[in-house]
Structures are given as C-alpha cells and as structure tokens.
Ligand binder design. Structure first.
Ligand code: BGC
Length: 441
C-alpha cells in the first residue's frame, strides 16, 4: 500500500478518534458537572444523552451534504463543528450552555460517523479497504480509551472543563489535515471532474491497468439513474438499504454500549466493590477493545468479512450466555465474579474484531455511488437511534426483567445477527468498491 493512502485514511480516522473520545469522556466528567451545577438526576441523564440526539441529527443530514459539497469539505466541516463544541462545552457558564455545547459535539460526531468511513472506503485500494476502514474503528476505540485516561488524570482536581475541552487538540489536527487531503476520486467522477478524478486514482494505485479497471467500474455504477429518497423505491436499492439498516441496528442491540457506557456499574454488580478496582477493570476492557481491533485490521481482507463476523458473534454469544448464567446465581463472588469479568472481556474482544469494524466497512461498501452518502446516512442514523434506545433503557430493563434476562436477550440477538449475515450479507473482500455495490444492490 502506498504511504499516501495510509496518510489519507489516518487523517480521516481522527473523526473516529473524536467519536470515541467525545462519547467516552462524559462518564467521568458527569460526576463533577453534577456537583458544580447541582444537577438533579433527570438533568444528569440528559447531559449524557443529549450528545446522542445531536449524533442522530448530524448523521441524518451529513450524507446528502457530502453528496452535494463533497466528502472532503464535509469532513473538514465536522472538524470545525468539533472545535466549536469543545469550546462551548468547556467554557459553559451554566447547564443550558453545556447542553448546547454537547449537542453541537453530537452533530460533529454524527457527521464524522457517516463521512469518515465513507471517505476512507472511497480512497482505499480494493485489497486493503477493509483494513483501512478498520483503522477508523481502531481510532474509535483509542478515543474511548484516551477518554478514560484523561478522565482519570483530571479526576483528582475535578477538572471536567479540561476533560471536555481537550477534544480541541485532535479536532484542530482533523481540520488542518482535511484541508490538505484530496477529494475522493469517486465524488470527482460523480460531479464530472474526470481529469482530477483520474489523477487521484493514479495516486492510489500502482499501475494504469488498475486505474482503468476502477474507472470502468465507477462509470458502471454512475449509470444507475438514482438520486434522493425516490431511488430506494427500486427493489435492488431497497435491499441494500435493508442490509445497511439491519447491520447498523444489530451492532447496537447486541448490547455493546451497555459495557462501554455502564462498565463500572456492571463490574460493581459483578462483585468488584472498590471504585479504583472497577476503574482499573474498565481500563482493561478499553485496552482489550482497542487491541483486538488489530485482529480485524490484519485479517479482514485476508479471510473476509463474513468468517470474522461468524467467529466474533459466536464468541459474543458464549460470553453473554456466561454473563447471564453468572448473574443468575444467588451470590456473585469468588469464581463467579471471575467468570462475569472474564465474560465481559471476551464479549468486548469478540465485538472488536467483528461487529465493531465490519459493520462500518459493509455499510460504506454496499450502496452504489449515486446514493452512497444518503444510504450511509440512513444506516448510520439507525445505528445512533439503536444506541440511544439501548443505553437509555439498559438500567430500566435490568430493573424490570433482571440482569440475566437482559444479557440473555442480547445473546439471542447475536444468533439473530448470525442468521441475518448468513442470509442477507454479501462477502465483499478484495472486490472493487463499485462491483460490491452493484452485487449487493
Ligand atoms: C460502535 C459504538 C461503540 C464502539 C465501541 C463502534 O463501532 O458504533 O457504538 O461504542 O464501537 O468500540
């Protein structure tokens, strides 16, 4: 792979780093915000979830914006919105301004969760596309881990403003980086700027035969006369949309963010009583999440998307079943606690090399170029709605149905996801991007 391609993907992946950081950082900051602004429980919850509402809004509009003004400018704008959001949140004189700041940050996350994987997928050569989009997932997990570390570092002084404000640094790098990055060759062909598009393809591929093959397949894809919502009336595009929404929702309803957002609470229920031990265990889970993504980077273009999904989902099923079993016992201590904590690690580790990265890869691959932005927007929007519902109702579900039944339900949904992947999802490894979307559609 050319260093240029890796550079482009790494700059775009900063969008993922900020996604992870800004969703993770609030768990530590909220303790001190609550104290400073004397927040009642309802406002505490809203301070946490307002970011997800912003994400839903940002994801909803960003795809059509990227289809209109280009991928590069849209991701650049996401960086600018991140900067504004970091400042408003960090300097907020009161709770209302803080809520506005967090909503702005949410919009930026929504933008980058659509555009970063889409842009990476469009500049990546076919044989490393999976690895490069997995790099984006790696950045998300690094951002989450970075947020835990920053929260820990500023916790002693209760400096929540620094926790929220530090997102400014990677945002600035994203803005400066995207300023220097090229436009996606696909977008250039779409807008008829063929000469520049060919130049960009020549920077991505080693030889002219590969450039020609890509150009041909892009032209084929552009022959689909489709634009806007109407396009999804066609049965083939409706199917692609069904796959995109299905994968995006299943990534959330199999429960990952219960562990990411409520880790310390679950660990407490699992018998880790001291605060510092539960923070340490949470940091360990964050590390497993980050490191296991490397497995996807290494294997996703070699053995393919579907085998990794099957392996990861099977592991998640086993881990969730063990977790449900441990929580079903009358007293959770000793070896049962160890089983519960080990299961959480196994669960996160398996997600990290399968459903985590591969959903982003697939939804950036299956839509034909004329409606790629829109299709990705709708899928990603569904992902954020799923995230919002699961994280809002996790504690309520535990109170209503009990912990074993809650984790048991996520386990069953892992099996449903295996069935969905088997019946609906095409294998896309090493195929030219537009061939994939034509096949899926
Ligand atoms: C998911 C996020 C999740 C993260 C965990 C991402 O792929 O979309 O909801 O928090 O992975 O690593």
């Amino acid at each position: 792979m050319r260093p240029f391609v890796l550079l482009v993907a790494s700059v775009a992946a900063l969008g993922g780093l900020l996604f992870g950081y800004d969703t993770g950082v609030i768990s530590g900051a909220i303790l001190f915000i609550t104290k400073d602004f004397a927040l009642p429980t309802r406002l505490q919850e809203f301070t946490i979830s307002v970011v997800l509402l912003g994400c839903i809004g940002g994801a909803a509009v960003s795809g059509s914006i990227a289809d209109r003004i280009g991928r590069r400018l849209t991701l650049f704008s996401a960086g600018v919105i991140f900067i504004v959001g970091a400042f408003v949140s960090a300097l907020a004189p009161n709770e209302s301004v803080l809520l506005i700041g967090r909503a702005i940050v949410g919009v930026a996350i929504g933008f980058s969760s659509v555009i970063a994987p889409l842009y990476i997928s469009e500049v990546a050569p076919a044989d490393v596309r999976g690895a490069l989009v997995s790099l984006y997932q790696f950045a998300i997990t690094a951002g989450i881990l970075g947020a835990y570390v920053v929260d820990y570092a500023f916790a002693a002084g209760g400096q929540w403003r620094w926790m929220l404000g530090l997102a400014f640094v990677p945002s600035l790098v994203l803005v400066a980086g995207m300023f220097a990055m090229p436009e996606s060759p696909r977008y250039l062909f779409k807008t008829g700027d063929d000469a520049r598009a060919r130049d960009e393809l020549a920077r991505i591929y080693d030889n002219s035969a590969q450039v020609a093959a890509e150009e041909n397949s892009i032209r084929d894809s552009l022959r689909i006369r489709a634009a806007g919502w109407e396009a999804f009336r066609a049965p083939n595009l409706r199917r692609a949309l069904f796959i995109g929404i299905g994968l995006a929702v299943l990534q959330q309803v199999t429960g990952i963010n219960t562990v990411i957002y409520y880790g310390p609470q679950i660990l407490k229920m699992a018998g880790i009583s001291s605060n510092s031990a539960s923070i340490l265990a949470e940091a360990l889970i964050g590390t497993v999440n980050c490191l296991m993504t490397l497995v996807a980077i290494f294997f996703v273009d070699r053995i393919g998307r579907k085998p990794l999904l099957y392996a990861g989902l099977a592991g998640m099923f086993v881990a969730l079943s063990a977790l449900a079993y441990a929580f079903a016992q009358p007293h959770l201590s000793g070896s049962l606690s160890a089983i519960a904590i080990g299961s959480m690690m196994l669960y996160v580790g398996c997600f990290a090399f399968s459903l985590g990265p591969i959903v982003w890869i697939l939804i950036s691959e299956i839509f034909p170029l004329p409606v790629r932005g829109l299709g990705m927007s709708i899928s990603t929007l569904s992902n954020w709605v799923g995230n919002f519902l699961v994280s809002q109702f996790f504690l309520t579900m535990i109170a209503k149905f009990g912990t074993p039944a809650t984790f048991g339900m996520y386990a069953v949904l892992c099996i449903a996801t295996i069935a969905f992947v088997r019946t609906m999802v095409p294998e896309t490894k090493r195929e030219l991007l537009e061939r994939v979307s034509l096949k899926a559609a």
